[in-house]
Design a protein around this ligand. Structure first.
Ligand SMILES: [Zn+2]
Ligand SMILES: [Zn+2]
Length: 324
């Protein structure tokens, strides 16, 4: 056997240094599309790389110093709703499932808004989600609470080296847009702009309207850290809780469940068993009483011509009464 010239193993000091540099660089540049993870790194948590994610949670404790004000709470709530809509309507129903059509400019606007939710880029999100539907609750499902622990299915998987890369093969229809590829690779830019914008807003309000009782840092803590952290945990509850808790109308081959309170919190995503049974539809509530604010808003957007070709739930699906 000849000694091969190769990169040093990850456990050697040069290998560790190389990995550390790569992790730090990934804070700003998630890398090109399709970079496959190294097999040996599959299910390990990349602590350096996810430090910003830890800071996002830790930043919520800033409330102990900055206090609160009605205007900061209002901004936090408004940003929660706006970004939840961008995630459910566009990251999920549009980018992942192509449940309706829209123009390229509006596609980009909602990709930006979704990106501000700090759930990485639209290609990364859609690629993982399409895989989830293909292998729901099977060993290949990286966030199944029936394959992995509940905590891993909820948030562990996003911290693992195996799942950082965007698998371009899953999203051939989306990778052709350079603006989406850019957002996916440099997905830190929009969240940082939001954070900076919130500081400026709070600072200007503190100077011009001191009676509001807010400040730059208070606006950052509520509008960015708290709003984004709550948004994250509610969103990923669809991966964890909605495959554990709730009822099953349809006998899908996965463990997806319908859950009214998750539907309220996620603007309609809680009807997850409905969604797994017929993922292509624009709406997820299959009965009039199954609240789905995302679908109502999408209908309003279609009414004014911003989106079109909304895919309905076929009558044959609605008339099914199967129960698992
Ligand atoms: Zn699911
Ligand atoms: Zn889906």
């Amino acid at each position: 056997m000849h000694a091969k010239r190769s990169t040093p193993p990850a456990t050697s000091p040069p290998g560790r240094l190389r990995r550390l540099t790569r992790s730090l660089r990934a804070w700003f540049d998630a890398g090109r599309l399709g970079a496959a993870p190294e097999a040996s790194e599959s299910q390990r948590v990349e602590w350096v790389r996810i430090l910003p994610f830890v800071v996002l949670h830790g930043g919520c404790l800033g409330v102990l110093w900055v206090g609160w004000s009605p205007v900061a709470l209002g901004v936090a709530g408004g940003l929660y709703l706006l970004r939840m809509f961008a995630l459910t309507a566009f990251y999920h129903r549009y980018f992942s499932h192509r449940a309706f059509k829209t123009s390229r400019p509006l596609q980009f606007v909602f990709a930006l808004l979704g990106n501000s939710a700090v759930q990485r880029g639209p290609l990364w999100w859609a690629a993982h989600h399409r895989k989830h539907h293909r292998h729901a609750d099977e060993p290949q499902d990286v966030h199944s609470p029936h394959v992995h622990s509940f905590l891993w299915s909820h948030m562990g998987w996003v911290t693992s080296r195996a799942n950082f890369a965007t698998d371009a093969k899953q999203v051939p229809d989306l990778v052709k847009f350079p603006e989406l590829r850019f957002l996916d690779r440099f997905n830190v830019i929009v969240p940082l702009l939001l954070l900076g914008g919130l500081f400026l807003l709070g600072d200007v309000l503190a100077r011009t309207s001191p009676g509001l009782g807010t400040s730059g840092w208070q606006m950052v803590v509520w509008g960015f850290f708290i709003s984004t952290t709550v948004l994250f945990h509610v969103s990923v509850s669809i991966n964890s809780l909605a495959h554990r808790v709730g009822s099953r109308r349809y006998a899908t081959r996965d463990h997806s469940r319908n859950n009214w309170w998750l539907a309220v919190l996620t603007l309609g995503e809680g009807w997850h068993n409905n969604h797994h049974h017929y993922p292509a539809a624009m709406r997820q509530g299959h009965r009039w009483w199954e609240i789905d604010p995302t679908a109502y808003l999408l209908r309003a957007m279609a009414f004014v011509g911003l989106i079109w070709d909304l895919k309905p739930v076929p009558e044959r699906i609605l008339s099914q009464q199967t129960r698992a």
